[in-house]
Structures are given as structure tokens and as C-alpha cells.
Design a binder for this molecule. Sequence first.
Ligand code: ADP
Ligand code: MG
Length: 351
Amino acid sequence: MIEDKNQQRTDLGQLGEFGLIEHLTQNIEIKHSSTLTGIGDDAAVLDFKDKKTVISTDLLVEGVHFDLGYVPLKHLGYKAVVVNVSDICAMNAKPTQITVSIAVSNRFPVEALDELYDGIKLAAKIYDVDIVGGDTTSSQKGMILSITAIGEADADELVYRNGANDNDLLVVTGDVGSAYMGLQVLEREKEVFKVNPNNQPDLDAYTYLIERQLKPEARKDIKELLKALEIQPTAMIDISDGLSSEIIHISKASGVGCNLYEEKIPIDPQFINVCEEFNIDSTTVAINGGEDYELLFTIKQSDYDKIKGNPNFTVIGHMTPESEGTHLITRANTKIPLKARGWNSLTENKE
Ligand code: ADP
Ligand code: MG
């Protein structure tokens, strides 16, 4: 959508594989004492002493997980780091290192990869993680990006999906649904642009939603917040596939059921307006739309007073015996079974 005619184009072939790696990884600093050796040898060497090590990987494929028609490369790099950091945060661990692997076709000039790396490096700086390695290769078509995030935690701080108990409270950080509606707005503008490339979209009414889609943030702050409040969640997961799906994951892993209350689900006013504009039910999107990267966790009832009134947290439900199943309790007080990926258009071509 946004094109700069004066862009410089340096062919990837000009640098070659080693030249490219050197170019992309220049000026990368190591900040964590747990990083003994970073980029430059056959493998990175890390030392977490008496801490546990947490590792998570994601693979992003052009045309499946991202569309360079409207996702700027810098945002893509940033988001790719964020989604992995988010998985480390969802274990209640502290992210410390990442590795970055890319496969690109020669349709991309060096400058495009610089942009991608600007986003990766910015996220690494903001989330305070060392870039300690990766791999660089060519692809016949399109771009593939894989990031691995590594983190550390004390053994007794780690939170798994399987620790929720009957009567625990279900809590979510921030608000949900906006990232999905941001994607709807971007898809719509892409169609408009196809018809009339001179049309400059007016996106003022959608800034929050688009930011949630293009530049999501991981809740790295929550581990410290919970620690200060002396709360150890019983189970935790990050919201990548949608609230409904994540609730089912926690419930299944923990062997409990869950009641989610429609009226409690935190949503943004801009999100409500845009759902009306698109004629989509806001609750359906709030529970099925993914990519919010907020954290969803359960706590003991006795911890309720510690989070009551805290703007970072909303209690949205409670866990039940497994035999009761997982349900949404609507404003009209009807009970609807939760479905994982209940809405096919949300998940087409996505995994
Ligand atoms: P090898 O032949 O062992 O795979 P490479 O030549 O691919 O080694 O990589 C050299 C060094 O650069 C390694 O430390 C590797 O981890 C790092 N590296 C390679 N590609 C990237 C990348 N895209 N981003 C960050 N580090 C990279
Ligand atoms: Mg290699």
C-alpha cells in the first residue's frame, strides 16, 4: 500500500549468505549475564545457573500468517518477536534471549531485510532480550520467519496450563477482540486500494485496533505485577487463538469446567463501534478473535481481594467441576457451550 519510489534496492546476491548474516547481525549487543556466547560460533552458550530454562518457537509463513500487502516489514519483525516473548510470559517466566531464522526469495532486496531487522532489534531492545543466533537461507517463493524465545524462572514461579482448580477465578489482562477487528479494517482497506490505488485511507477511527493488530505487545509486566501482589496463578496461557479457545485449553489440561460471563469481558469502546460498523456481534469477536497477546490465568478465590479494582485485571469467570463443561453465560443468563475456533472464517488457512 505504501510505496517509496526512491527506494534503494541492493540485490541479496551482492552480499551472499555470509555477507548478509554479517550485515544483519552487526551491532547486536549482549546484555544478559546468562548469555555466555551469542552470534558467531556454531551455537550460542547460555547459563541459567539454578533457574529453569523456558523455550518456545513460532514459524510465520508469508501468505499464511502475514500479508506484506499491508503489514510493513518492520512491524512484522517486531510482532514476530512479541508473539514468542508472549509465550515465555505465559509461563510466568522472564524472556532473556531469542534466535531468528529467515528464508527469503531474491525478490526481497537487502533493504527489505534491514527493515525487518529494525523491527526485530527494536522489540529485542524493548523486551530486553539478547539476539543470540539464527539461520539464514533462501526460499523459492516468499518469506518464512521463525523466532525462538528463551527465558528463565525459578521452578516455583513457573505456571502451567494444567493447574486450575474448581472454584478458581478466571482473570484476563487488558482487553480482547481489538486485534481481530484491526485485521478486518486492514483487509477492507486492501480491497479499497485494489480498486483505487490513489485512495488514501482515513484510519483515524481505527488507530487502536490497527495498532493491536500490527504492533501487539506482550505482557512482560504481569510477572512482576503478580509477584508484587503476592499472587501465584494456578494456570496461565496467552491469548493467541482467542479467549474461547484458550479457556478450553486451560480447562482440558486442568480437568475442570468453566463459566465465562459475557458482561464481564473487557472490550474497548473503539472495538464496539467498529463491530457495529461491520455488523458483527462484539461478543462473538471478543471470544473468538485471536492475536490479542493478553494473558489469561486462574487464581485462588482467596486471592480475589489482591486484584479487586486493579485496572490491569478483569475477573471474567470461574472454574467449575469438569462435568459441568465450559460455557459462556450471556447477559440474558443463557448458557452457551464454548467452542474452540467456533468461527471458521477466523481460522481459514491459519494454524
Ligand atoms: P552455521 O553454518 O553453523 O549454520 P551460519 O553461518 O548460518 O552458521 O551462522 C553464523 C552465525 O550467525 C551463527 O552464530 C548463527 O547463529 C548466526 N546467524 C545466522 N543467521 C542469523 C540470523 N538471521 N539472525 C541472527 N543470527 C544469525
Ligand atoms: Mg546456518
